[in-house]
Design a binder for this molecule. Structure first.
Ligand SMILES: O=C(CO)COP(=O)(O)O
Length: 248
């Protein structure tokens, strides 16, 4: 059995004060829902410390949205993996399509960032996913396979989490159907098979995950959790996502 992950990617939302308010409300409502489910919040770097303070002594964890691939140096504005490790950050998102698209991050850089995190015992959440053009051209599976192979090169795959986020589903309200998502998740697991024990790698789905679609997504055999943007910004909707019922 793989652990299930419900990860909130807050993107550029919630300064430290908002982070404290949100997490106090969320944690007062979470109850026993965390059994067998790992809940992770990835706030902006500025709010990591507030988030870590808020979740202390709770089963909820904190992740970073990005990391620089070098350990230290003259890289103005950047944050390194050793810095995140020293704070107690457990996870780090790398290769999000917004970083690839707006900040020009390549597959090679995504791999370097993931290695930097692993060197600091931080679990990388490696994002992959095709654009609408690529999907319409029938290239989704080839693109995702290439992205996965490049991102995980040289790594112990059992220390990673992969997130499949079709670019056309992010923030658009268009979700991949559970069957479409399952198909790509299966391709990802197949890609990992030649590299190690792929059955142990959690593969998350991301892209317009909502309280209304989480149950049917989680019912798929190769969907091991969700990477949630917009719906993780509201306590009620993210709580409902964490309380998913894959049996329905
Ligand atoms: O990019 C995402 C999570 O990383 C998905 O965002 P939305 O859930 O807002 O579509």
């Amino acid at each position: 059995m793989r652990t299930t992950y419900l990860v909130g990617n807050w993107k550029m939302h919630y300064a430290p004060a908002d982070t404290r308010t949100f997490l106090a409300r969320f944690l007062s409502r979470i109850g026993t829902v965390t059994a067998g489910r790992e809940i992770v919040f990835c706030p902006p770097a500025l709010s990591l410390e507030s988030a870590l303070e808020a979740v202390k002594s709770t089963p909820v964890s904190v992740g970073a949205q990005n990391v620089h691939h070098k350990e230290s140096g003259a890289y103005t504005g950047e944050i390194s993996a050793p810095m995140l490790q020293s704070m107690g950050v457990k996870y780090g998102i790398v290769g999000h399509s917004e970083r690839r698209q707006y900040f020009g991050e390549s597959d090679v850089l995504v791999n370097q960032k993931a290695v930097a995190l692993l060197n600091c015992d931080i679990t990388p959440i490696i994002c992959v996913g095709e654009t609408l053009e690529q999907r319409e051209a029938g290239e989704a599976q080839v693109i995702v396979r290439q992205q996965v192979e490049a991102a995980v090169a040289g790594m112990d795959i059992t220390r990673l989490i992969i997130a499949y986020e079709p670019v056309w589903a992010i923030g658009t309200g268009k979700t991949a159907t559970p069957a479409d998502a399952q198909e790509v998740h299966d391709v990802i697991r197949d890609t990992l098979r030649s590299l190690g024990d792929s059955q142990r790698v959690p593969i998350l789905y991301g892209g317009s995950v909502k309280p209304e679609n989480i149950d049917s997504l989680m019912a798929q055999p190769d969907i091991d959790g969700a990477l949630v943007g917009g719906a993780s910004l509201e306590v009620e909707s993210f709580l409902r996502i964490c309380q998913y019922n894959a049996g329905s």
